[in-house]
Design a protein around this ligand. Structure first.
Ligand SMILES: Nc1nc2c(c(=O)[nH]1)N[C@H]1C(S)=C(S)[C@@H](COP(=O)(O)O)O[C@H]1N2
Ligand SMILES: [Mo]
Length: 417
């Protein structure tokens, strides 16, 4: 296992290259920055800047760690994910492009079409809400690149530590109900989404991202077209007013600012579906190896993983007290069967209590009690095992060129005094 790296707040020097002709902040400010092209690289509009020259995303907890501001990407420290249901303010943000500014919910529409759709049909948001039954599910959303920062040699992309995950409650309609209303042909194999965000280059002909899922995942009861998170409108940065949610699959499949779904007779080939994007080698490869495109496969359900959300790493623990440890565990389309913790770097493991998920594709909560033999430094490690008997690795899982699927055990530091 690689040593825990401290996560630095994004600094001006680490920020992305200045990109001409785009209004990254327009969606946040609610208006255009007229002289944007003169705004120096790395300088945050003062209206959005905090004392620490960090970057506060409206509606989000100021303690989210901003990894990148062009586009905006922010993750949640583990101890802030302690709630059973992730508050909207603490759900991470991952943007590939520029979010739409001035979203008008009254005129928002969703169009379903494609070679395997029986017709082309457009719904207003109001029609979607009126015509179809509403469902609420707690669904785990985790970026495929969560944990990327630990890979060596490093992989390009957002250097997520452990916080590109959350499990809020989502309300919307079943994608299956809408697809059945349109009618899908027997040739349907995949769905693809398009959102109203724009490409970083400002080129209107390019999509920032257009991914999707196989038709069987699309038709599952928990696969939603959602407009609400925890009973309120989606936050602007999480796809307001409409998005897809496929719990347990790489969150890149959960299209935000959704305005079009295509029903495909082949694997969807939109932006970031092809090449190396969201793909991993079929077979294990040596770290740093070059892998040919044809040897890579699309990531489907995410592997077993867990987080220690209490206590916060670095806690001072009195020797005479028992310590309550808790967190969440999740795995793609299945259930976590067993949860264990260790205080001796994995020599021995203690099974802890584990709850059932609120519904399929929701994370489960676990809790245990620890006592320590003597004063000194310890680490608590946490390990989830899924219903197929697959456990989280204690060291990094297989290296892959883009740094996806790091489900190594989460560790926290404890000093017993
Ligand atoms: N339209 C659109 N949908 C998108 C993205 C995006 O950039 N644009 N990013 C995807 C990726 S890579 C992730 S990890 C999730 C992040 O969802 P969140 O920002 O609500 O946490 O949204 C996915 N859906
Ligand atoms: Mo992602």
């Amino acid at each position: 296992m690689t040593p825990v790296k401290p996560i630095a707040k994004a600094t001006s020097s680490s920020r992305r290259q200045f990109l001409k002709g785009t209004g990254y902040y327009a969606a946040l400010l609610g208006c255009e920055i007229v002289f944007f092209k003169h705004l120096p690289k790395g300088m945050i509009p003062i209206a959005l800047a905090q004392e620490n020259n960090g970057f506060q995303i409206p509606g989000k907890d100021p303690n989210l760690v901003v990894l990148n501001d062009r586009p905006i990407n922010a993750e949640t420290p583990a101890h802030l994910l302690d709630d059973a249901i992730t508050p909207a303010s603490r759900l991470f943000v991952r943007n590939n492009g520029i979010p739409p500014a001035n979203v008008d919910t009254a005129s928002w529409t969703l169009t379903i079409e494609g070679e395997s759709a029986k017709q082309r049909k457009t719904y207003t948001l109001a029609q979607l809400k009126q015509r179809f039954k509403h469902y609420t599910y707690q669904l785990t959303l985790e970026c495929g690149g969560n944990g990327r920062s630990e890979f060596s040699p490093p992989a390009k992309g957002n250097q997520w530590s452990t916080g590109a995950v959350g499990c809020p409650e989502w309300t919307g309609v079943r994608l299956a109900d809408v697809l059945n209303d349109v009618g899908i042909k027997s040739s349907a194999v995949y769905i693809g989404y398009y959102g109203k965000d724009t490409h970083l280059s400002g080129d209107a002909h390019k999509d920032p991202i257009s991914r999707g899922v196989p038709i069987n995942k699309a038709l599952e009861p928990e696969s939603l077209i959602a407009w609400a998170m925890n009973g309120e409108d989606l936050p602007a940065m999480n796809g307001h007013p409409l998005r897809l949610v496929f719990g347990g699959w790489p969150a890149s499949t959960s299209g935000k600012w959704l305005d079009r779904i295509v029903v495909r007779d082949q694997v969807h080939d939109g932006a970031k579906m092809t090449g190396t994007a969201y793909r991993v080698p079929f077979k294990p490869v040596a770290p740093g190896a070059k892998v040919a495109d044809e040897d890579m496969c699309i990531i489907h359900a995410m592997p077993a993983k867990s987080l220690i959300t209490h206590p916060k790493s670095g806690i001072l623990q009195p020797l005479s007290d028992k310590m309550t440890v808790r967190g969440h565990a999740w795995v793609g389309d299945q259930a976590v069967k067993n949860m264990a913790i260790s205080i001796d770097f994995g020599q021995t493991w203690q099974t802890v209590s584990l709850s059932k998920a609120a519904n399929r594709n929701a994370w489960q909560h676990w809790q245990g009690q620890l006592s320590f033999p003597q004063k000194g430094y310890y680490e608590v490690w946490a390990k989830a095992t899924d219903s197929n008997g697959k456990s989280q690795p204690m060291v990094l899982p297989g290296w892959n060129p883009k740094g996806y699927l790091n489900n190594a055990c989460h560790r926290i530091a404890v000093q017993v005094v």
